[in-house]
Write a protein that binds this ligand. Structure first.
Ligand SMILES: Cc1cc2nc3c(=O)[nH]c(=O)nc-3n(C[C@H](O)[C@H](O)[C@H](O)COP(=O)(O)OP(=O)(O)OC[C@H]3O[C@@H](n4cnc5c(N)ncnc54)[C@H](O)[C@@H]3O)c2cc1C
Length: 395
């Protein structure tokens, strides 16, 4: 019987298994992931998992029963280390695993700053274990510095403020999400931080950290100021987890570093599909939950013989200080209109192409439905530089 191997036990990996079964794959399915946990969901890591009110728990993607019903063999704690596309096998920390069809879904790795590596109290947030470390650090902190005012940095700032911690949020650009949304939407987002008491410093980076044996003392900023901090959390982006593909012949996108695939999520290697944060579809990496799940399902289905295209309207959400933020369609390089009530609309040649909503789920949902019926407002638009799903949108 033909076997399907899925590398990466995150959202895209689990959805690939579901997509394959739904499309009729009857052979064995193995899903391996280097983390020791059951497949889990990432959005709660920078929200509920950091909250003082809720006890930390792994936010499982699917119950054990569902995984059993799917007849999927999950191998936790197993790392993929190499890929032989001709011999159709993956070298792993637990030995060679052969396949007939392969879905690559290894997601991203948080970007770090080499000069800050190893300093106690400096964190990134990508994995559940990172979230536990950040949570513990917040519980002991009175002041924190967060580097990067994108989605993740801003969510961590929100969690810290909810605990009553003094937050300095640094942004290298002149506004938050500068490469993902226009200046009017960014101004509204900045207000959310100001109202919540976050000290947001734009056009500012870290130039050094003064620490003692007990941990961080002061963070030196590019402006010359030194800010007291008990912890530093970096939210400065992520890069595709492709190290294990080196020399495999699977083509990578030279610009984003993601796995190059077509709209069917087929890679350059026969029998190999890619999905989720790692996939670069027609030149675009999505790096959002909705796209990762949809791509996973489609990659699994296509590995099982279907011929579906990925063509969703770009969509992302976030929560800052209790406010729900939604970003849909094309939100850069288009005319920006602030409609008040937290809804910023983007038009190109008079036609609505995207929106940023703050606590505006109704208008966002209506626009999202209408864009889904508009030809050309899919991921291919981003290849021309216009769609929100570029990498910076989750930084
Ligand atoms: C903290 C955080 C909060 C987020 N919040 C939101 C949100 O509010 N809204 C939104 O739209 N999106 C959000 N996202 C983005 C969303 O979670 C991602 O787009 C989605 O998780 C991507 O799924 P994936 O399966 O491609 O990758 P991942 O979820 O990263 O899963 C990849 C898996 O592969 C494993 N792996 C990596 N390398 C190897 C290897 N060599 N061998 C074996 N296993 C490997 C990893 O351990 C990981 O478990 C958030 C992301 C993070 C990190």
């Amino acid at each position: 019987m033909r076997s399907l191997l899925i590398v990466g036990a995150g959202l895209a990996g689990v959805r690939a298994a579901e997509g394959a079964r739904a499309a009729g794959w009857s052979g064995p399915i193995t899903i391996l992931g280097e983390e020791a946990h059951a497949p889990y969901d990432r959005p709660p890591l920078s929200k509920a998992v950091l909250s003082a009110e809720e006890p930390p728990a792994v936010p499982r993607l699917r119950s054990e029963e569902v995984i059993e019903t799917l007849e999927v063999r999950h191998l936790p704690g197993v790392r993929a280390e190499g890929l032989d596309t001709e011999g159709r096998s993956v070298t792993t920390s637990a030995g060679e695993i052969g396949y007939d069809a392969l879905v690559i879904a290894t997601g991203s790795t948080a970007t770090t700053v080499p000069e800050l590596a190893g300093i106690r109290g400096v964190h990134v947030l990508r994995r559940y274990d990172d979230a536990l470390a950040v949570r513990e650090s917040l519980a002991r902190s009175r002041e924190v510095v967060i580097v990067g005012a994108g989605f993740i940095g801003s969510e961590i700032a929100s969690a810290a403020r909810a605990r009553g911690i003094e937050v300095t949020l640094l942004e290298a650009s002149d506004r938050p999400l500068a490469r993902a949304v226009g200046p009017r939407a960014a101004t509204r987002l900045m207000h959310l931080h100001a109202e919540a008491g976050v000290r947001l410093l734009t056009s500012t980076t870290v130039s050094g950290i003064r620490s003692t044996d007990r941990g961080i003392d002061k963070v030196e900023l590019s402006t010359g100021e030194a800010v007291a901090a008990d912890a530093v959390v970096l939210g400065i982006g992520a890069r595709p987890a492709t190290d294990w593909l080196r020399g495999s012949g699977v083509a990578l996108d030279p610009r984003s570093g993601g796995v190059r695939c077509d709209r069917r999520l087929a890679t350059s290697a026969p029998g190999v599909w890619a999905a989720g944060d790692i996939a670069c579809v027609d030149g675009v990496r999505s790096e959002h939950w909705t796209a990762a799940g949809e791509q996973g399902r489609i990659a699994g289905a296509n590995a099982a013989g279907a011929t579906e295209d990925f063509a969703s309207v770009p969509f992302a959400w976030s929560t800052w200080h209790g406010h729900r933020i939604q970003v849909v369609g094309e939100t850069t390089a288009a005319d920006e209109e602030d409609h008040g009530d937290g809804f910023v609309l983007y038009r190109r040649h008079g036609t609505a192409v995207g929106a940023v909503g703050i606590d505006s789920p109704g208008p966002v949902a209506r626009l999202r439905r209408s864009l889904a019926q508009t030809p050309g407002v899919g991921p291919q638009r981003a290849a021309t530089g216009g769609v929100v799903s570029a990498r910076e949108s989750r930084e």
